[in-house]
Design a protein around this ligand. Sequence first.
Ligand SMILES: *Cc1c(COP(=O)(O)O)cnc(C)c1O
Length: 423
Amino acid sequence: MTLTEKDNQYLWHPYTQHKTSQTPIAISRGEGALLWDENNKEYIDAIASWWVNPFGHSNKFIADAIYKQLTTLEHVLFGGFTHEPAIKVAEKLMEILPKNQQKIFFSDNGSTAVEVAIKVALQYFFNKGEKRTTIIAFENAFHGDTFAAMAASGISFYTQAFQGMFIDVVRIPVPVKGQEQVSFEALENVIQQNNCAGFIFEPLVQGAAGMVMYEPEALAKLITICKENNILTIADEVMTGFGKTGKTFAMDYVSEVADMMCLSKALTGGTIPMAITTFTQNIFEAFYDDDINKALFHGHTFTANPTGCAAALASIDLLQTDVMQANIERINKSHLEFQKKIENHPKVITVRTLGVIFAVEIKSDSEESYYGSMRTKLYNFFIENGVVLRPVGNIVYILPPYIMTDEQLQKVYATIEEAIEMV
Ligand SMILES: *Cc1c(COP(=O)(O)O)cnc(C)c1O
């Protein structure tokens, strides 16, 4: 049996209707921005394997750090114990995070990082004896697949089976260009009509919605409104963190700071699942009490796994090198040139770029759904041409590993141009 046949016998894949989906491609190795399948066909990974891998596949520097940690202390429980890798990650993050972030809490993935932030927002007010139970989120947001994260997410077919079982979430429109005022007013209204505890948002770029972008000034205004109303703000930087937007964090563009930040995906360079939620000292103090019931009773068995910490440290080291910063700039310049080249094409609706993130909306004759026929046609065309891209409906986006070469990038662009002609 081939790997694909065995997979079909045993495995259940994420976001997959197995009855109608195509068979998965079995990947046997990766190096840099490239992947090879079991038949040795080569693919360019133009989405950094769901946005986790900025420094390339099978990165030796991170692998060495992991090996060293695995043969020193692979894991120890974090209840009642601590270790140097966790402390080093905290110290490193304190250097690069906005200055108001003072405490870090480890978990395992983006959804749990969000779950922790939402629970903390709710318990913060509970501990203070204030009744605030509503969370504000953006329309079409994506914050993950655990229950609170799902409740805050707005992509309906992910969550429709669970309607009515969620914590209270109210949604406001994203302040995209020209719609800022609508978004500000919606936030004011929601605050008047609910007892709001927190506002969670993907800063500047809504990833899963199709790389929808909005301006830092608009986000600063929304945060200001929250601050005036004593509502905690949560920047979900799971996708945007660690260089994707051209700065270390998307919040680095914003003149206001958030109370909490959620990190995962590129945190360990795409090697070991790990996540972190960060907090202000003020939030921590709402849980710091002689009363044990005011503690945060949340934890995961693998909290602060030392091997994950070693991977995170190596990844942040790589991010901070001049070479990597130059790569990010190079890719951004290249995207902007490609944007100029195609933005007036009759089949292009809009093009947008921020940092290494690039997205183009392609005109289609009919309204296409997320997994509509145009999406399938595009996806298959890219795969046939050896490029891994996962369009969101009619939106094709690129989020390359920072080490992608110019030649590889040009091949990705050329394939997208051909695809635009084809559909
Ligand atoms: C991917 C993502 C999540 C969820 O992360 P998982 O690791 O898949 O649980 C949450 N928020 C944002 C913004 C994401 O892009």
